[in-house]
Design a protein around this ligand. Sequence first.
Ligand code: SF4
Length: 362
Amino acid sequence: MDKNLRILLEDVKNGHRLSEQEASDLFRIHNRDIWEIATVADEVRQDRVGDAVTYVRNQNINVTNLCVNACGFCGFSKKPGDAGIYFYDRLEIQKKAALAKSRNVTEICTVSGLHPDFNAQSYCDVYRWIREAAPGVHLHASNPMEVAYAARKSGISTQEVLTCMKEAGLGSMCGTAAEILVDAVRKKICPQKVSTEEWVRIIREAHALGIPTTATIMYGHCESVEDRVQHLAILRRIQDDTHGFTEFVPLSFIHMNTPIFRQKLARAGATGREDLLMVAVARLYLDNFCNIQVSWVKEGIKMAQLSLIAGANDLGGTMFEESISKGAGATNTDYLDPGEMQRVAEDIGRTLRRRSTLYELI
Ligand code: SF4
């Protein structure tokens, strides 16, 4: 192992907080030293959260794929007149929510396309309908883009939207729509989305209102190493101030059916090296996060398992219905049986534990 790397990793184990430059250097490693970084990230994971591999029983309800935005990495959204548009009304939403409840899920997750007719009231209605049909199930919903859209459509502030959503039953908010929190990158991949500043403001507003959120990154398209680090630095600063993030979820870009890949504006997703380093460096850099989730939907279960010995401690959800990654070209995204999660966890000497959305063990 490179001597400087050995010293740096020792320092991190002893509490040194990685600088942005150091994180960039780690992301740039291409040789077998990757395993050294992963090993230290795994040790830090063990110290911070122990050996359990956690998961949540959850189900997605993506109410519509009709969307006024046209993000270049999105293979899910449709425009008026496109084939394959769908929209669930109250009856269908409640049928799905009741089915979720009967499957013993503890979390329903709902994020959708930005429907041209939606406003703040529409989102709150959906939450109330879900809560009515699946009482007691935690509602993990919305994201800063939906909140900004609802505010604009209803002529109210994002803070007011969040307050209404909380009253309607929102338990926690998705930290999606973050993509890469660097405006130059956002202009290329999602020019109509909230800016970095707006994303940060809305997340901080949610935390201040007692609405915890996840934190995500979508990487492997056209961003640089510096962009990734910039993104992680923003998340770490917010967490220092609010402690409102429940977990960090790296989302590896699924490229197949996306406009930016077809137009040759993005590469064909992250490599295995990049996937592994994203988890390991995040574990080391985000020293104020307890939970690093690996997405089996994005990475497949084999890569997810390797990530569990490179700093991750959570496998996310069982899912039951997934349409967003599927739309972008991913396969086998609908459901992962806890039995398979257990096999994967035990195969690396760990125990699978079921958790709530907010990481209480069940
Ligand atoms: S990522 Fe979300 S906001 Fe962007 S086009 Fe797809 S559904 Fe619409």
